[in-house]
Design a protein around this ligand. Structure first.
Ligand code: NA7
Length: 290
């Protein structure tokens, strides 16, 4: 069986690694905060001291970290840590499941090619529960033959795989999806604020919103949290949602699309970050109106 390395064991990476172990793959894990590796070591993972050590001898190297900066750190290393690319053997397949800019993904693919490796950008859909139960989906960009080769590995922690085309297409689609999701949640926060201020019975109105035409999947997921003001046990943190909108705005500028709603949503998420809600569930954006 292929040897796998998983770099980044947060909400999503931890679930991915656990499902690979359940499927019987030998898995080496690394996380910046080493304690997060402990539950996975208990499941049979081997702990690596650096991303480079985790990548050493691996056939498939999966990263699941926060943003471009974190991805650069795990692949290329930073002052303190040796990066995975230096440990990757020729022929290894690198899989980036983090939500990143298409620019960085393409740069990383070129660096991987210099080492005789292939990169797939494969950002994830689904949150904590889906990651834990192996039910996430991936939107995949990169060489199709490489994708086909690693499909069995990907299938061990996913429900659905969507191949979109050349390198960067997965990353691009993910930013568009998350920009829209951010707008939906911001919209739910505003609707709720208006309903509360206008004196409606929220217990009666919230279910109607969720089953009506404005009740997108995102609104269905976040409105109950907003009503109950329940933002712990984060499914998707505010800081990553804000980051995704920022990346989407950057993309829009690059391709010459003048967005209007997304910048307003971004301003809301930014304000919520400034209030210190960074690690709480993104539904916390509703607190800005209270
Ligand atoms: P989490 O649960 O916040 O986990 C983020 C992970 O990224 C976690 O392992 C972090 O390590 C790691 N991280 C963050 N910054 C760095 C740097 N600079 N260097 C190395 N590692 C880092 O996020 P999710 O699992 O919900 O989301 C992961 C991705 O999917 C993200 O792109 C989302 O937008 C979607 P730590 O444990 O803090 O030491």
């Amino acid at each position: 069986m292929e040897r796998i390395a998983v770099l980044g064991l947060g909400i999503m990476g931890g679930g991915i690694a656990a499902n690979l172990l359940k499927a019987g793959y030998p898995v080496a894990v690394w996380n910046r905060t080493a304690s997060k590796a402990e539950p996975l070591i208990a499941l049979g993972a081997s702990a690596a001291a650096t991303p480079r050590a985790a990548a050493d001898g691996a056939d498939v190297i999966i990263a699941c970290v926060g943003d471009d900066l974190a991805s650069r750190a795990v692949w290329l290393g930073d002052g303190a840590t040796a990066g995975a690319l230096a440990g990757a053997k020729p022929g290894a397949v690198l899989i980036e499941t983090s939500t990143l800019t298409p620019d960085w993904v393409r740069e990383l693919a070129a660096l991987a090619a210099d080492k005789g490796c292939d990169l797939l950008d494969a950002p994830m859909f689904g949150s904590r529960e889906a990651a834990a139960t192996g039910q996430i989906s991936l939107a995949v960009g990169g060489d199709q033959a490489v994708f086909e080769r690693v499909k069995p590995v990907l299938e061990s922690f996913t429900r659905k795989l969507m191949y979109l085309g050349k390198t960067g297409t997965g990353a691009t689609y993910k930013l568009i999806n998350n920009m829209m999701a951010a707008i939906h949640a911001a919209c739910a926060a505003e609707g709720l604020a208006l309903a509360e201020a206008a004196g409606l019975d929220i217990a009666a109105v919230a279910p109607l919103i969720m089953e009506g035409p404005a009740g997108s999947r995102m609104v269905q997921m976040k409105l109950p949290r907003m009503v109950e003001r329940r933002y712990d046990e984060t499914d998707f943190s505010l800081k990553w949602m804000e980051k995704d909108v920022v990346y989407a705005l950057r993309l829009a500028e690059q391709v010459g699309v003048a967005l209007t709603v997304a910048p307003a949503a971004r301003a809301l998420y930014r304000r919520a970050l400034e209030k210190g809600f960074s690690d709480e569930d993104m539904a916390v954006v509703a607190e800005l109106f209270r």
